[in-house]
Design a protein around this ligand. Structure first.
Ligand SMILES: [Zn+2]
Length: 380
């Protein structure tokens, strides 16, 4: 995999040239400077498109990296013991002799790229990435057909994003902003994940001849949601709208309440509101628009999705809620977890337990998708 970033730099310098679709650039995390890099045989170089500069220091086991702005331009300060090296390129690429380093305690496989925002970006083969997504997105003790449907959804979503962001420095966020990426070292888990990927190898969801942005989520709460209602934009032809789902009702954690003090809620939304009500709901019953009433005719209007972002996606678990104020507490009472679009993981789990195949599960949650086997994902 060595030299990946040089290839990327070349690809980026050729305007409009397609990137190699079978490797994925993933933002794993963002860390604060200074960064302490430790590992064996660390090499470092600056990269800016076709301009590559290696640091002329012997291979080392520890480095400290800072950034410094000089007349608006970013400068890297790379400390090795008493020695200081300066680099002016946009990114730093780090490799190591045993392909593993720690960056400020964060363990990562090399090569890895660092941006001046502290973004840690790894380039890896598509399947390596999908292994991490399966580890991050679904428990490996769930039925294999559920894991396989998760694998197809994740593969489709990934290929869609790779194409959309082919000229970006990273194509996927390793978090709920795209897909949660986890690096499992448990060999039993790895075996199951690899089985789910191998048994669905090359299978993607297509929509009108294009790979589909196959959304998925934890628990829809009984009805899935139209992606357009979550992310806006124009309606994509062929995408499923709302699917009734009886399967996830068996999730023991489906029902939730979230309490927040009136004071804290007022601070969060920057409004001295006295009352709250849901103004409009989507077809699946989710809160589309919430009005926080300050006075007779003065309301602060916030969308359900925006409210999840403000309060935290893990606290306001979905937009399928009702809301009330009692004394000094605002109480949200809801069902489900996640945005609700596409595959419902808890529903898929139950369908698989009842004997449904990966195809039946995918057909249920993506009724308009064509389940297609492709030999070269790079051709999509
Ligand atoms: Zn569901």
């Amino acid at each position: 995999v060595k030299g990946t970033w040089a290839a990327l730099a070349l690809a980026l310098s050729l305007a409009g040239a397609p990137s190699h679709a079978e490797s994925v650039r993933v933002k794993l995390t963002t860390l604060n400077f200074p960064l302490t890099i430790s590992g064996n045989g660390i090499s470092i170089r600056g990269i800016r498109n076709s301009d590559i500069q290696s640091v002329a220091i012997p291979k080392t086991s520890e480095l400290k990296i800072e950034t410094h702005k000089v007349v608006g331009k970013n400068l890297w300060l790379v400390h090795k013991g008493e020695t200081l090296n300066r680099l002016s390129q946009k990114y730093l690429e780090i490799t190591s002799s045993d392909d593993q380093i720690k960056i400020s305690g964060y363990k990562v496989s090399t090569p890895v790229l660092i941006t001046n925002h502290g973004d840690i970006i790894a380039s890896m083969p598509l399947n390596t990435y999908l292994e991490g997504v399966l580890a991050g997105e679904m428990p490996t003790n769930w039925p294999i057909e559920a894991l396989k449907s998760q694998a197809v959804a994740a593969r489709s979503y990934t290929l869609y994003q790779i194409n959309q962001r082919k000229n970006n420095i990273f194509q996927l966020e390793g978090s709920i902003l795209d897909q949660v990426y986890a690096n499992t070292e448990n060999s039993d888990q790895r075996t199951i994940i690899r089985q789910a990927l191998a048994e669905t190898d090359g299978i993607v969801l297509m929509d009108h001849g294009r790979v589909m942005k196959a959304y998925y989520h934890s628990d829809c709460g009984g009805k899935t949601e139209d992606p357009e209602k979550v992310w806006g934009g124009t309606k994509t032809k062929g995408l499923p709208t709302v699917v009734t789902d009886a399967h996830c009702a068996f999730n023991p954690g489906s029902k939730w309440t979230f309490d927040i003090s009136l004071d804290e809620m007022r601070k969060k939304i920057e409004s001295p509101f006295k009352d709250v009500r849901i103004v409009t709901k989507t077809a699946s019953g989710r809160a589309a628009l919430i009005a926080f009433n300050e006075a007779d005719d003065k309301n602060v209007l916030i969308s359900g999705n925006e409210l999840r972002k403000i309060l935290g996606y893990n606290k306001l678990k979905s937009t399928l809620f009702s809301v009330s104020i009692q004394d000094d507490t605002v109480t949200f009472t809801g069902r489900g977890f996640g945005h609700g679009s596409g595959l419902c993981q808890w529903g898929a789990r139950y369908m698989a337990q009842k004997g449904a195949s990966v195809r039946e599960i995918l057909k249920h949650y993506y009724p308009n998708a064509n389940i297609t086997e492709v030999s070269h994902v790079a051709d999509l």
